[in-house]
Design a protein around this ligand. Structure first.
Ligand code: EPU
Length: 426
């Protein structure tokens, strides 16, 4: 993605290797949980209310699309209310849907609710190919027809979706969520096999169950959804963002005298805590917070991203920065996305020794001191990783495309400033 000069950047004065960060970093609600929940609200002929909603830009894009469909969306600090009594339109707002990959999750609820959905190929990050074949195959298995017209897809199921058994040939988080939503209003039982097991999938199932849905198996590879009529749910609290938690723990492991990352759920972080423990990062784990300190020496490790409960691909970029500071050779294997290692060229420019052996495999030799630089975020997660690199570097850095980081992390400069990072939005 090109550097947008009209947008803001973060100017960060690096610690130059000092480990002085101290204090508390709160984790906000999970972006990848609230976006599907906002879609699920369209299945309910009434009001849904969500709390612990992060103040990120993607929520605004999602709200724009929902309003275009006829729903009423009201937002206050930390809360979103969606009234979907009337859904009057089946066409997703083109620009908003293009700007937000997660808009694809709306196809399931709109198709199930109105018998039709018209949408563009969704946009999103530059982390590799993001096809939608699994969504289409799943909808077809449920009896929908597909028409392609220019850049638009038109799915139709005028007399409702039918029950089916569907096997995901690749495990996909949003495809699992989307088909699970569509299935709640289908005419027969839907069995989803090789489903994603991420905590966000479980949170979505719990919300749908609170609306009266009959769903079993969420959090396992086989989810069974039986049709029911949904009713208004009680207020729902969004689960903590495990990727934000992982990123903050990496920051602590790099540069903290003592950092407490609060409002998280450690049971969602097994893959991340396993890597930090193998790197010999001192951690104190409590029920909903973790205290972390930067050790004198970080052990090199081999990390392979994997579907949940494995090590999350979205936690890979901040962990890459951590590996540049480990004493020896580490390997990072990115198994989910083809384009996700491209950002490492910028870390090399800052002084890291990272060699891409294939598009999926990086060899990292450490520890290498990093020096400040002007760097531009290509996506949300690499952007946050660049902030971490800038924080530990010697000298000043400017991290451009702050708006991409804002898509995933609310008020990040305030939170980092509060623990001792010298940071300004410019
Ligand atoms: N895939 C297909 N066909 C499809 C859909 C996916 O081949 O129809 C492939 C993808 O190309 C990829 C693999 O399946 O190789 C897994 O991707 P997945 O579909 O699980 O990703 P996603 O659902 O589009 C969600 C998160 C991503 C996160 C991935 C993997 C949301 C809104 N997004 O995306 O989050 O990286 O799961 O965990 O939940 C982010 O937050 O920065 C982000 C990119």
């Amino acid at each position: 993605m090109a550097y947008n000069k009209t947008m803001s950047s973060f100017r960060i004065t690096g610690l130059g290797g000092k480990k002085t960060l101290r204090g508390t970093l709160p984790v906000y609600g999970a972006k990848n949980a609230i976006l599907p929940l906002m879609s699920a609200a369209l299945l309910v002929r009434g009001e849904s209310e969500f709390s612990n909603v992060p103040g990120i830009a993607d929520i605004g894009s999602m709200a724009t699309i929902l309003e275009g469909l006829g729903a009423f969306v009201s937002r206050t600090e930390g809360t979103v209310r969606i009234n979907a009594r009337e859904i009057t339109n089946s066409v997703l707002d083109h620009a908003a849907a293009k700007s937000l990959r997660a808009s694809i999750v709306l196809t399931g609820s709109v198709l199930a609710r109105t018998g039709e959905v018209i949408f563009p190929h969704p946009g999103g990050d530059l982390i590799g190919e993001r096809p939608i074949d699994l969504f289409i195959a799943g909808f077809r298995a449920m009896g929908a027809t597909l028409e392609e017209s220019g850049d638009r897809y038109i799915l139709r199921a005028p007399s409702g979706l039918s029950g089916c058994e569907f096997f995901f040939s690749t495990v996909s988080v949003t495809a699992t969520e989307t088909l699970m939503m569509a299935a709640t209003l289908a005419r027969g039982t839907v069995v989803l096999k090789n489903a994603a097991m991420e905590p966000e999938v479980v949170a979505l199932a719990e919300f749908l169950i609170s609306c009266g849905a009959h769903i079993t198996g969420a959090g396992t590879p086989v989810i069974v959804i039986k049709p029911v009529t949904l009713s208004e749910p009680p207020p729902t609290k969004v689960i903590p963002d495990r990727i934000e938690a992982a990123s903050f723990l990496a920051l602590g492991a790099l540069a903290a005298e003592e950092l407490t990352v609060t409002d998280l759920n450690p049971t969602h972080l097994d893959g991340v805590l396993d890597v930090l423990t193998r790197m010999r990062v001192p951690l104190t784990i409590s029920k909903d917070y973790i205290t972390v300190r930067a050790p004198e020496r970080l052990e090199p490790v081999r990390v392979r991203t994997h579907e949940y409960p494995g090590f999350p691909t979205d936690a890979h970029p901040p962990t890459m920065v951590l590996l540049t500071q480990a004493a020896g050779e580490s390997i990072l294997i990115e198994s989910i996305f083809d384009g996700r290692l491209a950002y490492t060229a910028e870390l090399v420019r800052m002084g890291a020794a990272i060699e891409l052996m294939t598009v999926h495999r990086a060899l990292i030799r450490g520890p290498t001191p990093l020096k400040g630089a002007e760097i531009v975020s290509p996506d949300i997660r690499a952007g946050l990783a660049f902030m971490l690199a800038a924080i530990i570097a010697e000298g000043e850095s400017v991290v451009g495309n702050a708006h991409l980081i804002d898509r995933g992390y609310a008020r990040i400069e305030e939170r980092f400033h509060a623990v001792g990072v010298e940071i300004l939005r410019v």
